[in-house]
Design a protein around this ligand. Structure first.
Ligand SMILES: Cc1cc2nc3c(=O)[nH]c(=O)nc-3n(C[C@H](O)[C@H](O)[C@H](O)COP(=O)(O)OP(=O)(O)OC[C@H]3O[C@@H](n4cnc5c(N)ncnc54)[C@H](O)[C@@H]3O)c2cc1C
Length: 450
């Protein structure tokens, strides 16, 4: 006889959603949280319409702060060459929402803890988890560690997961960049309200969106190699100034000098370890993607949905199988889009072709958005869309230029074809057979899927 049906380790947004979903099935759940205030950190704030749908499917209410904030219509990309901004509204006028990570996390936690069969222990840090269902944890200020047993342990402790460590030694994790999150006064106007803005042209991309009536978030993504920018605020400002619209420059400079900047490392870790024995992982403990695509919470809630279905069917193995398959395309999408938009050094022709496809073809725009937000997870859609972009980039680089002469064109063609060949690995990866994906995925990186 186990002490609980389920022990959930970590009451971040995804652990709380998992406790809620399984308690709704009548399971007796224990929810452990090491640092309840950790949710004050800067993390997921922009939520895709898929998050709204997945929360609805699990029976969760949207946070009040998200309902009050009129953001969530889609994205607007501002190209580096100063050409017209490219609106990427969510298909069919769907809406996501946006609120602080704190408001999101606390709302989900409160909904879980309100259920009678969820026992919540704050300041309880899991120290060890075993495949047979035992969890050892320490409650702050207590003298002794405690141990409980459960039919199922759900590891939802995020990037430093004790449960994941019990299953695999985490060797494949890359730091991708460091993000500086600035808080701007809510009176600052965004170029178009309601949208998340992506400004190109800096050493990394810039994101801007409204978090609430009182706050606009500005994120500067500093590539890992640009360490000098992390040490010197003036240098940082000057490096990104040209990418910012005039209305955001002074507020950005003022925020940087106010010492309120929060730095967060971003990682890539393939989502390959999902559980074994009585342990199942969800959310960031499965793996990590760069936040550019705002996919973290949507993918985590998809984990929870698939896990809840597997538990209900009494078939935990299907969670490992389906979860791995269902999150492969979102993972490829966020790494490949990060390569295109987040890295100025990656093929210019590829990026220009992507802009052109978005400008000309509403169905291409919808397809990108659907893959980006995790609504479209079929490899065929990803491969079609992105192979077209690669081919378009090659034909673009073959077009004669007005200036430059034959030799520089040949050099550029070679370079662009090289970029295309590298780029092609993403669409190819999405259609590989399962046995090949199982092989390459654990070793994939932010730079290439194989
Ligand atoms: C800079 C940045 C920006 C992002 N922006 C977006 C975005 O706009 N949209 C989006 O969807 N996603 C975004 N993400 C990703 C998103 O924040 C994560 O995917 C999401 O927070 C994952 O939730 P989680 O519950 O799995 O993990 P976490 O949020 O990390 O929560 C884990 C919880 O477990 C607790 N814990 C840790 N160890 C233990 C232990 N041993 N015992 C008990 N408790 C423990 C922690 O205190 C924490 O409360 C962003 C991430 C970053 C870094």
């Amino acid at each position: 006889m186990k002490d609980y049906d389920v022990v959930v380790v970590g009451a971040g947004p995804i652990g709380s959603a998992a406790a809620f979903a399984l308690a709704k099935q009548g399971k007796r759940c224990l929810l452990l949280e090491a640092a309840p205030d950790a949710v004050r950190r800067y993390a997921g704030e922009w939520m895709h319409p898929t998050v709204v749908a997945l929360m609805g499917g699990l029976g969760l209410q949207l946070p009040k702060a998200g309902q009050e904030n009129d953001a969530g219509a889609g994205f607007i990309v501002h190209p580096e060459d100063g050409s017209a901004p490219i609106p990427l509204p969510y298909p069919d006028s769907q809406r996501g929402f946006c609120c602080s990570h704190y408001d999101l996390s606390v709302s989900l936690r409160e909904q879980a803890v309100a259920l009678p069969n969820v026992e919540y222990i704050p300041f309880a840090r899991a120290i060890d988890a075993q495949r047979d269902g035992r969890v050892r944890f320490h409650v702050q200020d207590s003298r002794e560690d405690r141990e409980v047993s459960a039919e199922l342990i759900i590891g939802a402790e995020g990037r430093s997961s004790v449960c994941r460590r019990a299953l695999a030694s985490d060797t494949n994790r890359d730091v991708v960049s460091y993000m500086a999150a600035l808080s701007l006064d809510g009176r600052v106007a965004l170029p178009t309200e309601g949208y998340g803005h992506i400004f190109m042209g800096g050493p990394g991309l810039v994101l801007a969106y409204r978090v609430s009536r009182d706050e606009v978030r500005l994120c500067l993504d500093v590539p890992e190699a640009e360490s000098a920018l992390r040490r010197d605020k003036e240098l940082l400002y000057r490096a990104f100034e040209g990418a910012l619209p005039a209305s955001l420059r002074e507020p950005a400079r003022a925020a940087l000098s106010s010492d309120s900047t929060r730095w967060t490392a971003t990682f890539f870790q393939p989502r390959t370890v999902r559980g074994e024995g009585r342990i199942a992982l969800v959310g960031d403990s499965v793996g990590l993607c760069h936040p550019l695509c705002s996919a973290g919470v949507a993918v985590g809630l998809l984990d929870v949905t698939l896990l809840a279905q597997a538990v209900e069917a009494g078939d935990l193995a299907s969670y490992r199988e389906n979860g791995a398959r269902e999150t492969w395309v979102p993972e490829l999408m966020s790494t490949s889009v990060y390569q295109l938009l987040g890295r100025p050094d990656v093929g210019d022709a590829l990026r220009q072709t992507l802009y052109e496809a978005w400008r000309k073809d509403p169905s291409e725009r919808d397809r990108t958005l659907n893959i980006l937000m995790g609504a479209e997870r079929r490899p065929a859609q990803f491969v079609g869309s992105f192979a077209r972009i690669g081919l378009g980039a090659v034909s673009r680089s073959l077009r004669p230029r007005r200036a430059g002469g034959a030799s520089s064109r040949d050099g550029s063609v070679r370079q662009q074809v090289g970029s295309f060949a590298r780029w092609l690995r993403w669409p190819v990866a999405s259609v590989l057979p399962k046995w090949a994906v199982d092989r390459i995925r654990p070793a994939s990186t932010i730079h290439a899927p194989f």
